[in-house]
Design a protein around this ligand. Structure first.
Ligand code: ADP
Ligand code: MG
Length: 384
């Protein structure tokens, strides 16, 4: 049975009637532009073939019921008018937060039954949380005829994660999940949420992008993300701009000496240079020189490791080993402190590079990583 039909059948078993529809939303990897989103800069994510699939039915009696096939938790049931931010609802806080954010924005969401199943690995920096939020938002938008645009749904999903779940993420993950297109990376300007689909068909170029999930669980909730964020805000204030996006790469040599705090100086150097790397990568993709993005990815990794200091030994081992084994470039992706790295390789070298990484992990005594190709896939959509 196709996945959508399976999820619909499970919904029917659970709730005793058929869902109104089935929707999906993907996880993502970010090609370049890390910790730039909340600085109102640029990012360049692509959607993965891994998706959260949700069967959903509309209710009009104020009841919200939520169930995940992937988590050992009972059916969650709440009244939509009793949803309270930051009440630690476990996994259910993500879809419940979307209902709360929609209602808080004045949209008449009067209840729903939802059952979901996801193939996006959780806590691997691949945005399983955004997939969950966006699939919920899209389903409710259609079921209640809200007529919201994809970027609007993404912003509401982000609000759910920030204000209801309590995770201070930027808008990239939800926008990627909602707006990406098959065969394309998404150039997103996080200042005004304008976006452009950038052709990204690696197979046609004889190339492959590998995702290496180190299986080291990142925990963005801990203070490190908030600390980097606060450091960036302090840097912007010290330089007299609203956000670091407003510092051009060419201004860095003049700007850095004005920052007295060594840590803030490093954070600013990372954000401004990574923003520049997004533009470099886009220029190379537009000109068809795809192989040349490899070294830019590796520079991005060095910046995350040395300036932002959010890497870890496992991520550094992936990047170092892959590059030594002949990869064109590699970097950690996502929030850091674990999660996943991406590796750009010639298709013909993919197996050899993968083996080198697996061997290096075994030799270091690390848990074996999970390696799979990132094929640029479609964003959220209705499945049935
Ligand atoms: P990431 O988004 O990088 O995967 P997060 O910590 O932001 O990591 O989100 C992971 C959380 O999202 C999980 O701990 C869980 O609460 C929720 N989640 C993700 N996928 C599922 C799923 N299939 N079923 C239930 N909850 C899920
Ligand atoms: Mg997440």
């Amino acid at each position: 049975m196709a996945r959508a039909a399976e999820v619909a059948a499970r919904f029917a078993e659970l709730y005793g009637y058929a869902p109104d529809g089935v929707w999906s939303a993907p996880g993502r990897v970010n090609l370049i532009g890390e910790y730039t989103d909340f600085n109102e800069g640029f990012v360049l994510p692509l959607a993965l073939p891994h998706t959260a699939v949700a069967a959903v039915a509309r209710r009009t009696d104020g009841v919200l019921r939520l169930h995940s096939a992937d988590i050992d938790a009972p059916l969650a049931e709440v009244r939509v008018d009793e949803l309270t931010p930051l009440s630690d609802g476990g996994w259910a806080a993500y879809p419940a937060g979307v209902v709360w954010a929609l209602r808080d924005a004045g949209h008449p969401v009067t209840g729903a039954d939802l059952h979901l199943s996801s193939t996006v690995p959780t806590g691997a920096g691949l945005s399983s949380s955004a997939a969950l939020e966006v699939v919920t938002a899209l389903a409710l938008d259609e079921l209640f005829g809200l007529g919201l645009t994809r970027p609007e749904l993404a912003v509401l999903a982000q609000r759910a994660e920030n204000a209801f779940v309590g995770v201070p993420c930027g808008v990239m993950d939800q926008t990627a999940s909602a707006c990406c297109a098959d065969g394309h990376a998404l150039h997103l300007d996080c200042r005004d949420l304008t976006l452009r689909q950038v052709p990204f068909d690696l197979a046609a170029q004889g190339l492959r992008l590998l995702v290496v999930d180190t299986r080291v669980k990142h925990a963005l909730g801990d203070g490190a993300y908030a600390e980097r964020r606060a450091g960036c805000e302090a840097g912007a204030r010290a330089l007299g701009v609203s956000h670091l996006r407003d510092i051009a790469y060419e201004e860095l040599p003049a700007s850095l000496p004005k920052l007295t705090d060594e840590k803030v100086r490093r954070y600013v150097r990372h954000v401004v240079s990574d923003n520049h790397r997004v533009e470099q990568v886009i220029g190379l993709l537009d000109s068809g020189d795809v192989r040349a993005i490899g070294p830019v990815l590796t520079e991005g990794h060095a910046s995350l490791r040395d300036d932002l200091r959010i890497s870890c030994p496992e991520l550094d081992l992936v990047v170092g080993t892959a590059n030594t084994a002949g990869a064109l470039g590699a970097r950690m992706t996502g929030g850091g402190f674990g999660g996943s790295a991406i590796v750009l390789v010639e298709s013909a070298a993919a197996d050899a590079v993968t083996k080198s990484v697996l061997d290096a992990f075994a030799a270091a005594g690390f848990t074996a990583p999970r390696v799979f190709p990132a094929v640029a896939s479609a964003g959220a959509r209705r499945e049935a």
